[in-house]
Design a protein around this ligand. Sequence first.
Ligand code: FES
Ligand SMILES: [Fe+2]
Length: 395
Amino acid sequence: MYINFWYPMLRSEDLAAGKPEKVKVLGLNFAVFRDNDGVARTLSDTCTHRGGSLAGAWQLGERPRIVDGCIVCPYHGWEFSGESGECTNIPSIGYGTKPPARAKVDSYPTVEKYGIVFAFLGDLPEEERPPLIEVKEWDNPKWRANSVLVLDVPFHYERSMENGIDPAHNEFVHPTHGLSAIHRDTYKVRDHDVVEGDQSLGIMFKHRYAAPGLGHNETYKSVSSEAPAQDIYAGTETYGPAAMITQIEPSSNMMFRQYFIEAPVDENRTRIFFVNMRNFLLDPKHDGAIHARNKVIAQQDIETLSGVYPLRTPSNTKEVHMPADKAVVGYREWLQKWDDKGWRIDWNTYKMREAGGETAFTIPSPGRRTAGNWVLETVPLFKNHAERMKAESKR
Ligand code: FES
Ligand SMILES: [Fe+2]
Protein backbone atom coordinates (compact mmCIF):
# COMPACT_ATOMS: atom_id res chain seq x y z
CA MET A 1 0.00 0.00 0.00
CA TYR A 2 1.29 3.42 -0.94
CA ILE A 3 0.84 6.92 0.31
CA ASN A 4 0.75 9.90 -2.09
CA PHE A 5 -2.21 8.92 -4.21
CA TRP A 6 -5.78 10.17 -4.57
CA TYR A 7 -7.91 7.51 -2.90
CA PRO A 8 -11.71 7.21 -3.04
CA MET A 9 -13.09 7.67 0.46
CA LEU A 10 -16.82 7.27 -0.11
CA ARG A 11 -19.56 8.11 -2.58
CA SER A 12 -20.79 11.70 -2.56
CA GLU A 13 -24.31 10.45 -1.94
CA ASP A 14 -23.14 8.70 1.23
CA LEU A 15 -21.77 11.88 2.82
CA ALA A 16 -24.67 13.78 4.32
CA ALA A 17 -24.40 17.36 5.60
CA GLY A 18 -23.63 17.52 9.31
CA LYS A 19 -22.86 13.82 9.61
CA PRO A 20 -19.15 12.92 9.62
CA GLU A 21 -18.18 9.47 8.38
CA LYS A 22 -15.29 7.40 9.68
CA VAL A 23 -13.53 5.85 6.71
CA LYS A 24 -10.68 3.36 6.84
CA VAL A 25 -8.11 3.50 4.04
CA LEU A 26 -4.49 2.28 4.12
CA GLY A 27 -5.30 0.69 7.47
CA LEU A 28 -5.97 4.05 9.15
CA ASN A 29 -9.09 5.96 10.05
CA PHE A 30 -10.10 9.29 8.58
CA ALA A 31 -12.94 11.63 9.45
CA VAL A 32 -14.67 12.76 6.28
CA PHE A 33 -17.36 15.42 6.53
CA ARG A 34 -18.99 18.36 4.79
CA ASP A 35 -18.25 21.80 6.20
CA ASN A 36 -21.04 24.34 6.53
CA ASP A 37 -20.74 25.22 2.83
CA GLY A 38 -21.10 21.56 1.85
CA VAL A 39 -17.41 21.23 0.89
CA ALA A 40 -16.04 17.75 1.61
CA ARG A 41 -13.09 17.63 4.05
CA THR A 42 -10.80 14.87 5.29
CA LEU A 43 -8.94 14.85 8.60
CA SER A 44 -7.00 12.20 10.45
CA ASP A 45 -9.65 10.68 12.74
CA THR A 46 -7.57 10.63 15.93
CA CYS A 47 -8.01 13.63 18.21
CA THR A 48 -4.71 15.00 19.52
CA HIS A 49 -6.18 15.56 22.99
CA ARG A 50 -6.80 12.05 24.30
CA GLY A 51 -7.29 10.03 21.16
CA GLY A 52 -11.03 10.47 20.65
CA SER A 53 -12.44 9.48 17.27
CA LEU A 54 -13.44 12.71 15.53
CA ALA A 55 -16.07 10.93 13.46
CA GLY A 56 -16.98 8.53 16.28
CA ALA A 57 -20.03 8.12 18.48
CA TRP A 58 -21.85 11.35 19.29
CA GLN A 59 -24.00 11.70 22.39
CA LEU A 60 -25.45 15.17 21.88
CA GLY A 61 -28.37 14.31 19.62
CA GLU A 62 -29.36 17.30 17.55
CA ARG A 63 -26.45 19.55 18.65
CA PRO A 64 -24.30 20.22 15.56
CA ARG A 65 -21.18 18.14 14.97
CA ILE A 66 -19.84 20.68 12.48
CA VAL A 67 -19.43 24.27 13.66
CA ASP A 68 -17.93 27.06 11.52
CA GLY A 69 -16.27 24.55 9.18
CA CYS A 70 -14.81 22.61 12.11
CA ILE A 71 -15.55 19.10 13.27
CA VAL A 72 -16.26 18.81 16.99
CA CYS A 73 -14.59 15.94 18.82
CA PRO A 74 -17.30 13.91 20.59
CA TYR A 75 -15.13 13.38 23.68
CA HIS A 76 -14.35 16.88 25.08
CA GLY A 77 -15.57 19.11 22.28
CA TRP A 78 -12.28 20.31 20.78
CA GLU A 79 -12.91 21.82 17.36
CA PHE A 80 -10.70 21.20 14.30
CA SER A 81 -10.79 23.10 11.03
CA GLY A 82 -11.72 20.86 8.09
CA GLU A 83 -9.56 22.99 5.84
CA SER A 84 -6.33 23.24 7.83
CA GLY A 85 -6.65 20.68 10.62
CA GLU A 86 -5.89 23.41 13.17
CA CYS A 87 -7.56 23.23 16.54
CA THR A 88 -9.72 26.34 16.82
CA ASN A 89 -11.43 25.90 20.16
CA ILE A 90 -10.84 23.97 23.38
CA PRO A 91 -13.96 24.28 25.56
CA SER A 92 -12.14 23.46 28.82
CA ILE A 93 -10.02 26.63 28.53
CA GLY A 94 -12.96 28.68 27.26
CA TYR A 95 -14.28 29.22 23.75
CA GLY A 96 -12.26 31.90 21.99
CA THR A 97 -9.05 31.17 23.94
CA LYS A 98 -6.29 30.38 21.46
CA PRO A 99 -5.40 26.65 21.53
CA PRO A 100 -1.74 25.59 21.30
CA ALA A 101 -0.53 25.12 17.70
CA ARG A 102 0.49 21.56 18.51
CA ALA A 103 -3.16 20.55 18.96
CA LYS A 104 -3.62 20.35 15.16
CA VAL A 105 -4.49 17.15 13.26
CA ASP A 106 -3.44 16.18 9.72
CA SER A 107 -5.74 17.48 7.02
CA TYR A 108 -5.77 16.02 3.51
CA PRO A 109 -6.60 17.64 0.17
CA THR A 110 -10.11 16.53 -0.76
CA VAL A 111 -12.05 16.81 -4.01
CA GLU A 112 -15.40 15.55 -5.12
CA LYS A 113 -15.68 14.23 -8.65
CA TYR A 114 -17.53 11.50 -10.55
CA GLY A 115 -19.86 11.01 -7.60
CA ILE A 116 -16.93 10.15 -5.33
CA VAL A 117 -15.13 12.00 -2.52
CA PHE A 118 -11.39 11.60 -3.07
CA ALA A 119 -8.66 12.44 -0.56
CA PHE A 120 -4.98 12.78 -1.32
CA LEU A 121 -3.43 10.61 1.36
CA GLY A 122 0.14 11.79 1.44
CA ASP A 123 2.36 14.78 2.01
CA LEU A 124 3.32 15.86 -1.51
CA PRO A 125 2.81 19.52 -2.35
CA GLU A 126 0.16 20.17 -4.98
CA GLU A 127 2.48 20.50 -7.98
CA GLU A 128 4.11 17.12 -7.33
CA ARG A 129 0.99 15.04 -6.83
CA PRO A 130 0.09 12.32 -9.32
CA PRO A 131 -3.12 13.65 -10.91
CA LEU A 132 -6.53 12.36 -9.94
CA ILE A 133 -7.73 9.67 -12.35
CA GLU A 134 -9.62 11.23 -15.24
CA VAL A 135 -12.97 9.82 -16.37
CA LYS A 136 -12.64 11.28 -19.84
CA GLU A 137 -16.22 10.58 -20.92
CA TRP A 138 -17.82 12.09 -17.80
CA ASP A 139 -19.02 15.40 -19.26
CA ASN A 140 -19.64 14.11 -22.76
CA PRO A 141 -23.41 14.03 -23.48
CA LYS A 142 -22.88 11.07 -25.80
CA TRP A 143 -21.92 8.99 -22.79
CA ARG A 144 -23.87 7.92 -19.75
CA ALA A 145 -22.59 7.00 -16.30
CA ASN A 146 -24.17 4.47 -14.04
CA SER A 147 -24.33 5.47 -10.41
CA VAL A 148 -21.14 4.42 -8.65
CA LEU A 149 -21.17 0.78 -7.60
CA VAL A 150 -19.27 0.03 -4.38
CA LEU A 151 -17.81 -3.45 -3.97
CA ASP A 152 -16.25 -4.57 -0.68
CA VAL A 153 -13.90 -7.43 -1.36
CA PRO A 154 -11.86 -9.62 0.99
CA PHE A 155 -8.50 -9.43 -0.72
CA HIS A 156 -5.53 -7.13 -1.23
CA TYR A 157 -5.96 -4.51 -3.95
CA GLU A 158 -2.86 -5.69 -5.82
CA ARG A 159 -4.59 -9.03 -6.39
CA SER A 160 -7.51 -7.11 -7.84
CA MET A 161 -5.31 -4.99 -10.10
CA GLU A 162 -3.41 -8.00 -11.34
CA ASN A 163 -6.66 -9.75 -12.14
CA GLY A 164 -7.72 -6.77 -14.26
CA ILE A 165 -4.64 -6.96 -16.46
CA ASP A 166 -4.63 -10.74 -16.67
CA PRO A 167 -5.58 -11.85 -20.18
CA ALA A 168 -5.81 -15.55 -19.34
CA HIS A 169 -8.56 -15.57 -16.71
CA ASN A 170 -11.56 -14.49 -18.76
CA GLU A 171 -12.41 -17.80 -20.35
CA PHE A 172 -12.35 -19.51 -16.97
CA VAL A 173 -13.80 -16.93 -14.61
CA HIS A 174 -16.41 -15.37 -16.91
CA PRO A 175 -18.53 -17.95 -18.71
CA THR A 176 -19.88 -15.37 -21.18
CA HIS A 177 -16.57 -13.71 -22.03
CA GLY A 178 -14.24 -14.51 -24.88
CA LEU A 179 -14.63 -18.06 -25.99
CA SER A 180 -17.67 -19.21 -24.15
CA ALA A 181 -16.35 -22.75 -24.14
CA ILE A 182 -12.77 -23.92 -24.01
CA HIS A 183 -11.73 -26.12 -26.91
CA ARG A 184 -8.81 -28.08 -25.59
CA ASP A 185 -7.34 -28.82 -28.99
CA THR A 186 -7.34 -25.25 -30.33
CA TYR A 187 -7.44 -22.89 -27.34
CA LYS A 188 -4.61 -20.54 -26.46
CA VAL A 189 -4.75 -17.15 -24.77
CA ARG A 190 -5.88 -14.46 -27.22
CA ASP A 191 -3.22 -12.28 -28.82
CA HIS A 192 -2.73 -9.07 -26.93
CA ASP A 193 -0.27 -6.25 -26.48
CA VAL A 194 1.23 -5.15 -23.21
CA VAL A 195 1.13 -1.36 -23.20
CA GLU A 196 2.89 1.02 -20.87
CA GLY A 197 2.04 4.65 -20.13
CA ASP A 198 3.11 7.30 -17.71
CA GLN A 199 0.99 6.15 -14.79
CA SER A 200 -0.11 2.89 -16.30
CA LEU A 201 0.51 -0.57 -17.58
CA GLY A 202 -1.96 -2.86 -19.26
CA ILE A 203 -3.14 -5.28 -21.88
CA MET A 204 -5.01 -4.56 -25.07
CA PHE A 205 -6.73 -7.04 -27.34
CA LYS A 206 -7.63 -6.37 -30.93
CA HIS A 207 -9.85 -9.11 -32.15
CA ARG A 208 -11.96 -9.76 -35.21
CA TYR A 209 -15.21 -11.59 -34.73
CA ALA A 210 -17.39 -12.86 -37.53
CA ALA A 211 -21.00 -11.77 -37.91
CA PRO A 212 -23.69 -12.49 -37.04
CA GLY A 213 -23.41 -11.97 -33.33
CA LEU A 214 -20.25 -10.75 -31.80
CA GLY A 215 -19.81 -13.86 -29.73
CA HIS A 216 -17.99 -11.76 -27.18
CA ASN A 217 -20.58 -11.37 -24.56
CA GLU A 218 -24.28 -12.09 -24.38
CA THR A 219 -25.14 -8.47 -23.74
CA TYR A 220 -23.53 -7.34 -26.94
CA LYS A 221 -24.96 -10.19 -28.90
CA SER A 222 -28.45 -9.15 -28.01
CA VAL A 223 -28.00 -5.55 -29.17
CA SER A 224 -26.00 -6.19 -32.31
CA SER A 225 -26.92 -9.54 -33.73
CA GLU A 226 -26.90 -8.00 -37.23
CA ALA A 227 -23.50 -6.37 -36.82
CA PRO A 228 -20.98 -7.05 -39.58
CA ALA A 229 -17.59 -8.54 -38.84
CA GLN A 230 -15.49 -5.93 -37.09
CA ASP A 231 -12.50 -5.36 -34.93
CA ILE A 232 -13.09 -5.41 -31.22
CA TYR A 233 -10.90 -3.49 -28.85
CA ALA A 234 -10.75 -4.59 -25.29
CA GLY A 235 -8.28 -4.24 -22.55
CA THR A 236 -7.41 -2.88 -19.17
CA GLU A 237 -4.78 -0.43 -18.04
CA THR A 238 -3.76 0.31 -14.51
CA TYR A 239 -3.60 3.87 -13.25
CA GLY A 240 -1.20 4.43 -10.38
CA PRO A 241 -1.00 1.70 -7.79
CA ALA A 242 -4.71 1.23 -7.17
CA ALA A 243 -6.95 2.14 -10.11
CA MET A 244 -7.64 0.71 -13.53
CA ILE A 245 -9.61 1.42 -16.65
CA THR A 246 -11.21 -1.26 -18.80
CA GLN A 247 -12.13 -0.48 -22.35
CA ILE A 248 -14.65 -2.67 -24.13
CA GLU A 249 -15.42 -1.64 -27.64
CA PRO A 250 -17.46 -4.04 -29.74
CA SER A 251 -18.06 -1.19 -32.23
CA SER A 252 -17.62 2.57 -32.36
CA ASN A 253 -21.21 3.09 -31.31
CA MET A 254 -21.15 0.50 -28.59
CA MET A 255 -18.43 1.15 -26.05
CA PHE A 256 -17.92 0.70 -22.36
CA ARG A 257 -15.29 2.42 -20.27
CA GLN A 258 -15.13 0.97 -16.80
CA TYR A 259 -13.18 2.67 -14.04
CA PHE A 260 -12.23 0.62 -11.03
CA ILE A 261 -10.95 3.03 -8.43
CA GLU A 262 -9.77 1.09 -5.44
CA ALA A 263 -9.32 1.99 -1.79
CA PRO A 264 -7.03 -0.38 0.09
CA VAL A 265 -8.91 -0.65 3.38
CA ASP A 266 -6.09 -2.68 4.87
CA GLU A 267 -3.88 -5.53 3.73
CA ASN A 268 -6.79 -7.95 3.48
CA ARG A 269 -9.68 -5.82 2.32
CA THR A 270 -10.39 -3.49 -0.55
CA ARG A 271 -13.29 -1.22 -1.38
CA ILE A 272 -13.74 -0.83 -5.11
CA PHE A 273 -15.57 2.18 -6.54
CA PHE A 274 -16.79 1.16 -9.98
CA VAL A 275 -17.78 3.87 -12.47
CA ASN A 276 -19.31 2.47 -15.65
CA MET A 277 -19.55 4.70 -18.73
CA ARG A 278 -21.35 3.67 -21.91
CA ASN A 279 -22.09 5.34 -25.24
CA PHE A 280 -25.19 3.32 -26.14
CA LEU A 281 -28.53 2.53 -24.51
CA LEU A 282 -28.34 6.05 -23.11
CA ASP A 283 -31.87 6.04 -21.74
CA PRO A 284 -31.67 5.84 -17.93
CA LYS A 285 -34.18 2.99 -18.04
CA HIS A 286 -31.28 0.71 -19.04
CA ASP A 287 -29.18 1.63 -15.99
CA GLY A 288 -30.62 -1.11 -13.81
CA ALA A 289 -29.96 -3.92 -16.29
CA ILE A 290 -26.41 -2.74 -16.94
CA HIS A 291 -25.77 -2.39 -13.22
CA ALA A 292 -27.03 -5.91 -12.64
CA ARG A 293 -24.92 -7.29 -15.45
CA ASN A 294 -21.77 -5.58 -14.14
CA LYS A 295 -22.44 -6.98 -10.69
CA VAL A 296 -22.68 -10.52 -12.05
CA ILE A 297 -19.35 -10.20 -13.87
CA ALA A 298 -17.66 -8.55 -10.86
CA GLN A 299 -18.98 -11.25 -8.55
CA GLN A 300 -17.31 -13.91 -10.68
CA ASP A 301 -13.94 -12.21 -10.19
CA ILE A 302 -14.61 -11.65 -6.49
CA GLU A 303 -15.49 -15.29 -5.83
CA THR A 304 -12.37 -16.54 -7.58
CA LEU A 305 -10.05 -13.99 -6.00
CA SER A 306 -11.47 -14.59 -2.53
CA GLY A 307 -9.78 -17.97 -2.63
CA VAL A 308 -6.25 -16.90 -3.60
CA TYR A 309 -3.46 -17.56 -1.17
CA PRO A 310 -1.41 -15.85 0.15
CA LEU A 311 -3.43 -12.66 0.56
CA ARG A 312 -0.62 -10.41 -0.60
CA THR A 313 1.16 -10.89 -3.90
CA PRO A 314 4.30 -12.93 -3.26
CA SER A 315 7.62 -12.33 -4.99
CA ASN A 316 7.80 -13.56 -8.58
CA THR A 317 9.97 -16.52 -7.67
CA LYS A 318 7.21 -17.91 -5.47
CA GLU A 319 4.87 -18.29 -8.45
CA VAL A 320 5.22 -19.85 -11.91
CA HIS A 321 4.65 -17.27 -14.63
CA MET A 322 3.85 -17.70 -18.32
CA PRO A 323 3.98 -15.16 -21.16
CA ALA A 324 0.31 -14.30 -20.39
CA ASP A 325 1.50 -13.02 -16.99
CA LYS A 326 3.74 -10.41 -18.58
CA ALA A 327 1.51 -7.49 -17.63
CA VAL A 328 1.13 -8.78 -14.07
CA VAL A 329 4.89 -8.95 -13.70
CA GLY A 330 5.11 -5.54 -15.37
CA TYR A 331 2.71 -4.08 -12.80
CA ARG A 332 4.86 -5.45 -9.99
CA GLU A 333 7.91 -3.85 -11.59
CA TRP A 334 6.02 -0.61 -12.05
CA LEU A 335 5.24 -0.58 -8.31
CA GLN A 336 8.96 -0.79 -7.58
CA LYS A 337 9.22 2.77 -8.88
CA TRP A 338 6.83 3.78 -6.11
CA ASP A 339 8.86 1.78 -3.62
CA ASP A 340 11.90 3.79 -4.69
CA LYS A 341 10.07 7.06 -4.06
CA GLY A 342 9.75 5.93 -0.44
CA TRP A 343 5.94 5.76 -0.58
CA ARG A 344 5.25 2.12 0.34
CA ILE A 345 3.93 1.49 3.83
CA ASP A 346 6.05 -0.96 5.82
CA TRP A 347 2.95 -2.83 6.88
CA ASN A 348 4.55 -5.46 9.09
CA THR A 349 6.53 -2.94 11.13
CA TYR A 350 3.47 -0.74 11.39
CA LYS A 351 1.25 -3.61 12.58
CA MET A 352 3.87 -4.81 15.03
CA ARG A 353 4.24 -1.38 16.57
CA GLU A 354 0.53 -0.75 16.59
CA ALA A 355 -0.04 -4.05 18.37
CA GLY A 356 1.96 -2.57 21.26
CA GLY A 357 -1.18 -0.51 21.74
CA GLU A 358 0.47 2.73 22.81
CA THR A 359 1.07 4.54 19.55
CA ALA A 360 -1.45 6.18 17.25
CA PHE A 361 -0.34 6.50 13.64
CA THR A 362 -1.50 8.54 10.72
CA ILE A 363 -0.61 9.23 7.11
CA PRO A 364 1.64 12.30 6.67
CA SER A 365 -0.29 15.25 5.26
CA PRO A 366 1.10 18.11 3.10
CA GLY A 367 1.10 20.35 6.19
CA ARG A 368 3.99 18.33 7.58
CA ARG A 369 6.21 19.69 4.80
CA THR A 370 5.76 23.23 6.00
CA ALA A 371 5.35 22.96 9.78
CA GLY A 372 6.71 20.78 12.57
CA ASN A 373 5.42 19.92 15.99
CA TRP A 374 2.92 17.13 15.25
CA VAL A 375 1.42 14.88 17.87
CA LEU A 376 0.68 11.70 15.92
CA GLU A 377 3.41 9.50 14.51
CA THR A 378 3.35 8.83 10.79
CA VAL A 379 3.09 5.31 9.49
CA PRO A 380 6.46 3.61 8.80
CA LEU A 381 7.50 3.62 5.14
CA PHE A 382 10.14 1.70 3.23
CA LYS A 383 12.97 3.94 2.07
CA ASN A 384 13.21 2.13 -1.26
CA HIS A 385 12.64 -1.15 -3.06
CA ALA A 386 15.88 -2.69 -1.80
CA GLU A 387 14.85 -2.11 1.79
CA ARG A 388 11.46 -3.67 1.11
CA MET A 389 13.03 -6.75 -0.49
CA LYS A 390 15.39 -7.15 2.41
CA ALA A 391 12.53 -6.99 4.92
CA GLU A 392 10.36 -9.38 2.89
CA SER A 393 13.13 -11.93 2.43
CA LYS A 394 13.37 -12.24 6.22
CA ARG A 395 9.71 -13.12 6.60
S1 FES B 1 -10.23 13.44 22.99
FE1 FES B 1 -10.97 14.84 21.56
S2 FES B 1 -11.50 16.53 22.76
FE2 FES B 1 -10.65 15.16 24.19
FE1 LIG C 1 -12.43 -10.65 -14.69
